[in-house]
Ligand binder design. Structure first.
Ligand code: PXG
Ligand code: PLP
Length: 443
């Protein structure tokens, strides 16, 4: 049996795999199996072409099947499949760290490798706690996240995150966490193009939390520059700058979770550069290897790294690491992916495509059920009016019908999220929005 031969794929063979973030019974009753990918496209197991409107899951930024990455991965796995990362090293890990630093905002010049966004978030939170401790400010243990934040699925990430469904099943989580309000307001900001005008004052809520808890107890604030998974929420103009000012004033570390905004999604290598706000740490993953091999990273300011480099030189400075931190195959994939991004100008291509993309997004205005359209770089959010008593049903139906017509979109609640590979051409933009318009219009 091969993946491309669905006729010989009996339904009982679908049972053993407990699928993540999936309605298992619904999926297994009518499976959607992808078998092959190249450039802007997937092909289903039964041979249909599907235009990828979401870069896999916000990760395949250079498009699928990039030969340079395939070659680098296969060369590396033949040369050295694995190397222990603790008390040992291999050249590609150091090379990749240098290459990441080269495209990162100035000042973020040290890199800790992980295997996913979730691990990057938990790592960054642990660095924040330990950083204050090694500086003699061990009372700074409180972490501040934001409502409607998504920071992966580790206990740290779900604690600072603000996604109800991610939190409600898993008990009390980390203690000592508080949340800023989210910034989404259709009443004020519906139909915004780019960053919305209203809402910078919501960052002042951080001053309120500082007044409540006292700065001497707060370690870090973590936010996504643009929230993806909870519905494509853009930062109000001036909001991130204000967060930066308040954090600096109170000695609180600011972490930008750039798992989806990193590697060119917004028009600069990182959203930090795009919005002109430099955090103390950046978490990333996904596009780091073009989605080809699991890998994440935490970028930290020099001062943070240096704070740890005290004490006896034979002591482990940061008691943390993963078996697969800086896995050689992932490093090879990362170096090849960054090479492709650089050679093809992909880290800034979203900026060039954004005007055409924005026009296409907002062309959906007026179609039945559409209550907001928003965009930045090569990201779009299409918010639909929930069907009374059946939240998520309307967007899920659009997802299914787009898939039937050969376009892959992603939904969260009743919001459709789009984040295509950064190699997208105008004809693909037309195809995505033409299909969406037909589906939304009920044709
Ligand atoms: N932080 C952010 C901001 C993310 O978007 C993670 C952390 C966790 O990364 P890992 O690699 O552990 O999944 C993410 C992941 C969606 C969707 O539908 C987005 C993510 C994951 C699953 C679904 O938009 N982003
Ligand atoms: N559990 C056990 C029993 C282990 O030995 C290890 C690592 O050695 C882990 C969990 C952590 O695994 P990883 O380093 O892949 O995150």
């Amino acid at each position: 049996m091969t993946a491309a031969d669905p006729g010989s794929f009996p339904p009982e063979r679908l049972e053993a795999f407990w699928m993540p973030f999936t309605a298992n019974r619904q999926f297994k009753a009518a499976p959607r199996l992808l078998a092959r990918a190249e450039g802007m496209n997937y092909w289903t197991a039964d041979g249909r072409r599907i235009l990828d409107g979401v870069a896999g899951l916000w990760c395949v930024n250079a498009g699928h099947g990039r030969k340079e990455i395939t070659a680098a991965v296969s060369r590396q796995i033949g040369e050295m499949d694995y190397a222990p990362p603790f008390q040992m090293g291999h050249p590609l890990a150091f090379e990749l760290a240098n290459e990441v630093v080269r495209i990162a905002p100035a000042g973020l010049d040290h890199v800790f490798f992980t295997n996913s966004g979730s691990e990057s978030v938990d790592t960054a939170l642990k660095i924040a706690l330990a950083y204050h401790r090694v500086r003699g400010e061990g009372t700074r243990t409180r972490l501040i996240g934001r409502e409607r934040g998504y920071h992966g699925v580790g206990f740290g990430g779900i604690s600072v995150g603000g996604m109800v469904n991610n939190r409600k099943f898993f008990g009390s989580m980390l203690p000592g966490v508080d949340h800023l309000p989210h910034t989404h307001s259709l009443a004020h900001n519906a139909w915004s193009r780019g960053l919305p005008a209203w809402g910078a004052h919501l960052a002042d809520e951080l001053e309120r939390l500082v007044a409540l808890h006292d700065a001497s107890n707060i370690a870090a604030v973590i936010v996504e520059p643009i929230a993806g998974s909870t519905g494509v929420l853009m930062p109000p103009q001036g909001y991130l700058q204000k967060l930066r000012e308040i954090c600096t004033k109170h000695g609180i570390l600011l972490v930008f979770d750039e798992v989806i905004t990193g590697f060119g999604r917004c028009g600069s290598p990182f959203a930090s550069q795009e919005f002109g706000v430099v955090p103390d740490m950046i978490t990333c993953a996904k596009g780091l290897t073009n989605g080809s091999v699991p890998m994440g990273a935490v970028l930290v300011q020099k001062g943070i790294y240096e704070a740890f480099m005290s004490g006896p030189s034979q002591a482990i400075e940061f008691f943390h690491g993963y078996t697969y931190s800086a896995h050689p195959v992932a490093c090879a994939a990362g170096l090849a992916a960054l090479g492709v991004y650089e050679r093809e100008g992909l880290l800034t291509r979203a900026r060039e495509m954004a005007p055409y993309w924005e026009q296409a997004v907002h062309s959906l205005k007026g179609l039945p059920g559409v209550i907001d359209l928003r965009n930045y770089g090569l990201i779009a959010g299409i918010e639909l009016e929930p069907i009374a008593g059946k939240p998520t049903a309307r967007a899920y139906d659009v997802f299914l019908r787009c898939f039937e017509r050969g376009v892959l979109v992603r939904t969260t609640g009743d919001i459709i999220a789009l984040s295509p590979p950064l190699i997208i051409e105008r004809s693909h933009v037309d195809e995505i929005f033409g299909t969406l318009a037909d589906v939304l219009a009920g044709h």
